[in-house]
Write a protein that binds this ligand. Structure first.
Ligand SMILES: NC(=O)c1ccc[n+]([C@@H]2O[C@H](COP(=O)([O-])OP(=O)(O)OC[C@H]3O[C@@H](n4cnc5c(N)ncnc54)[C@H](O)[C@@H]3O)[C@@H](O)[C@H]2O)c1
Length: 307
């Protein structure tokens, strides 16, 4: 496994993954249309193919380069956008993966690694959620990811193409949201760095399972190296942190009291979320090493330096 195509490699998670792959001596090509990513996120040592995942050019690139594996990060990534424009979400997240899979099967790719989401599970109270829990997405984004997972498994049954599917919890870290909508941590970090008031939807007691992007990158690399393929893994910390706890941690990191406004909760938001990560720990020898304190400090300092 040497030549790797990273779709969406100019985005947030890609910006943590691609340098990690290069450090490990992989030959990396980033495919990205820069709709939400940034060229400056792509290290000079990686090749860059500026194209859309749905275009015919993808076939030419894959035929030409004969990749060993594809890490598929590109796509429509916002729940809210999927609800406003389900057709666009479907085109990018389902049409995109089919184009990649089709070309992978005909150009000798041996493995596809896919970035699915905790949103696949919907609102299920059996926390921490194991991979065997039913998928019941509440958004078109979740639905398109679940559908993509099913396409991957069916392609595997027809062709000699192994897969590793990851369901990421709430990923955070430097560069999140630089090209558009970020997660709650990057939104708070940016606002606190700019001395703005932050807004909490609801009572602040809702919890999320926050996992640092550098740890996600390490998990994606493990997926290239493991023999435990044709499996689905949660990547998470298996811990719950409330938004109020986040604000306290940020207050310690920024050494100031944080002005907070509480407003009505948003419809469709899940109250508690936590993914079991024991399967990834056991089968992939992966571990979320970065503490929330350290990850938050890195994220805050990133936005502070940009402010
Ligand atoms: N960030 C999270 O918390 C999280 C959680 C679960 C799953 N994921 C998934 O992980 C993947 C990466 O997420 P991210 O947070 O880095 O998002 P991101 O938006 O920062 O990165 C996605 C990249 O894909 C590119 N892209 C979008 N549409 C494209 C197209 N049609 N053709 C080519 N490139 C295109 C964008 O320019 C961007 O660089 C996504 O598939 C996302 O759904 C992310």
């Amino acid at each position: 496994m040497k030549k790797i195509l990273v779709t969406g490699g100019a985005g947030f998670i890609g910006s943590h993954l691609v340098p990690h792959l290069l450090e490990k001596d992989y030959n990396v090509t980033v495919l990205d249309n820069l709709s939400n990513g940034k060229k400056e996120n792509i290290p000079a040592a990686a090749d860059f193919a500026a194209m859309d995942i749905c275009s015919e050019d993808v076939g030419k690139l894959m035929q030409d380069k004969k990749f060993d594996a594809v890490i598929h990060l590109a796509g429509q990534t916002a729940v809210s956008t999927s609800v406003k424009d389900p057709a666009m979400d479907e085109q990018l997240n389902i049409g995109g993966i089919i184009n990649i899979l089709n070309n992978a099967c005909h150009t000798g790719v041996k493995r596809i690694i896919f970035s699915s989401t905790a949103a696949s599970y919907g609102d299920n109270p059996h926390l921490p959620l194991q991979e065997k829990e039913p998928v019941m997405p509440l958004s078109f984004y979740g639905l398109s990811k679940v559908t993509a997972e099913k396409y991957i498994k069916l392609f595997h049954s027809y062709y000699d193409l192994d897969y590793v599917i990851f369901r990421f919890a709430n990923v955070y870290g430097e560069r999140q949201g630089d090209g558009g909508e970020g997660g709650v941590i990057s939104i708070f970090a940016k606002q606190i760095a700019q001395d703005e008031k932050i807004t909490v939807f609801g009572d602040g007691k809702q919890t999320r399972d926050f996992v640092y992007a550098g740890d996600i990158a390490a998990g994606l690399v493990r997926a290239l190296e493991t023999n435990n393929v044709n499996n689905t893994y949660n990547l998470s910390t298996c811990t719950q942190t409330s938004l109020s706890e986040l604000i306290t941690l940020f207050s310690n990191i920024a050494h100031k009291k944080i002005a907070t406004e509480y407003t009505k909760e948003r419809s469709g938001d899940i109250y508690h979320s936590m993914l079991d990560n024991s399967k990834a720990i056991k089968n992939l020898a992966w571990h979320p090493h970065t503490s929330l304190e350290l990850g938050l400090a890195r994220t805050f300092n990133y936005f502070k330096n940009k402010a």
